[in-house]
Design a binder for this molecule. Structure first.
Ligand SMILES: [Zn+2]
Length: 434
């Protein structure tokens, strides 16, 4: 980490530590809910969707707002070279800065037209926990730091998990001079956000500097809501295999080319897409399999297409099962290509291994929920999170709260207020247990 680029001192008087004692049981739920609503107004579009694409102007506004609120709460903020916002107590909790720290947080950026909770909830609940600890002068055995990771979604600059990769020291896995979808350099956007592309390595946390990372997040799926349980103890974060399938056929006139002998890549694509779905549905080789993007060229109503490209996204909590699913699909693609007399290739394969959460942290989360009288369920995370990247350098734990209707990445993404507060209470109690 670099020295503070942003520090306290905007006029707010931090509460005096001497006057406060005692171990807090709960967070200030009203303060948390109010903060979530105020942050939801940053980047909100006409239809209620939130647009805070990583390193955009609205994203910067949210980060500035976070730093301001932290300072008003008497906390210190730092922006590292990767653009991550880090918040800590002025003197640490219990004045033990030399001990490994507990990191809690998530991200503030959103997808285009996304929801108010994905990411922001974990950051604001982290701030709420630290504010509660600081106000009660609680002596935790590890110093607690809150993080808002930069560009988790990768919605503008297609480098998802940017901030967590920098913090985890995986700078060599990132492009050296990234650009956004329109070709604008990340270097400039990062500088505006307080980071420095030429100094990324300074933001890596050395081995042993972290005792644990805890991330509180909305489930983004239907499991907890269906079970009627407010707390999820995440046991693993899904592994993922992504690639693009490219099918080359023979273009032709839709009116004059006889059906016999056509080499139509879109027909082959339709069979291939069914084969993708079959991997999860009938063959149960992986948990879910999705084709979410397709491009037809030349995409004209009276022309047999020449080329079709589509995405494949396979997810499972076992790397072995993912490999088996990928191999099966490769066989199925060869067979449909043969049948359609077209050529198929696969491009840009990215394999992300599944990550297990830490036993001890799972126990601590479950025990905290139990103490608070909250029902919980163990479940895997089907979505990717910064936690899976931070797992490169420390043990991780994740807490979920229910998503109403099981939906996320949409303007109506929501969670019941009581569940939002319950999740933050569990985060606080889990931190106190570590
Ligand atoms: Zn998220």
């Amino acid at each position: 980490m670099r020295n503070p680029a942003v520090t306290s001192g905007d006029g707010a008087a931090p509460p005096s530590r001497a006057s406060r004692t005692g171990t807090p049981g709960r967070v200030d739920g009203a303060r948390l809910l109010d903060r979530i609503e105020r942050f939801a107004a940053i980047g909100r579009g006409k239809d209620g969707g939130i647009n805070r694409l990583g390193f955009s102007e609205t994203d910067r506004e949210a980060r500035t707002c976070l730093a301001r609120e932290a300072r008003h709460a008497g906390l210190e903020t730092v922006i590292d070279a990767g653009g991550n916002v880090l918040i800590r107590c002025p003197a640490g909790n219990g004045d033990r800065p030399s001990k490994p720290r507990v990191l809690i947080g998530s991200h503030l950026d959103t997808v285009a037209n996304g929801g108010k909770l994905d990411g922001a909830y974990g950051v604001l609940a982290g701030l709420e926990v630290l504010e509660t600890l600081n106000a009660s002068a609680t002596d935790t055995s590890c110093e607690v730091t809150v993080v808002a990771f930069a560009n988790e979604e990768g919605a503008l600059f297609p480098q998802p998990f940017w901030g967590s990769m920098v913090l985890a020291g995986r700078v060599d896995d990132l492009p050296s001079d990234p650009v956004d979808y329109s070709g604008k350099p990340l270097r400039d956007a990062l500088a505006l956000a307080g980071g420095d592309l030429s100094d990324l390595r300074s933001a890596a946390w050395p081995p042993g500097s972290l005792a644990a990372y805890l991330e509180l997040h909305v489930e983004q799926g239907p499991v907890l809501e269906r079970l009627g349980k407010p707390i999820g103890v995440v046991d693993s974060i899904t592994g993922r295999t992504q690639f693009t399938v490219v099918i080359h056929g023979e273009p032709g006139h839709a009116g004059t080319t006889p059906m016999e002998g056509r080499r139509d890549p879109l027909i082959t694509a339709s069979h291939a897409i069914i084969a993708v779905q079959r991997l999860a549905r009938e063959e149960e080789l992986c948990r879910v399999a999705t084709v979410g993007w397709l491009e037809v060229s030349p995409n004209s109503s009276n022309t047999i297409p020449e080329t079709v490209r589509f995405s494949v996204d396979l997810r499972d909590s076992s790397a072995k099962r993912l490999a088996a699913a990928e191999a099966t699909l490769s066989g199925a693609l060869a067979s449909v290509a043969n049948r359609g007399d077209v050529r198929i290739s696969v491009e840009g394969t990215i394999r992300t291994d599944p990550v297990q959460t830490d036993d001890r942290l799972r126990e601590a989360i479950a025990a905290s929920a139990k103490d608070l009288g909250l029902a919980y369920e163990r479940l895997p995370s089907g979505a990717g999170h910064d936690a899976q990247v931070v797992a490169n350098i420390t043990s991780i734990g994740m807490i979920f709260v229910p998503s109403i209707g099981g939906v996320s990445h949409v303007p109506w993404e929501n969670t019941a207020p009581d569940d939002l507060v319950a999740g933050a209470d569990v985060l606080l109690q889990t931190v106190l247990r570590l």
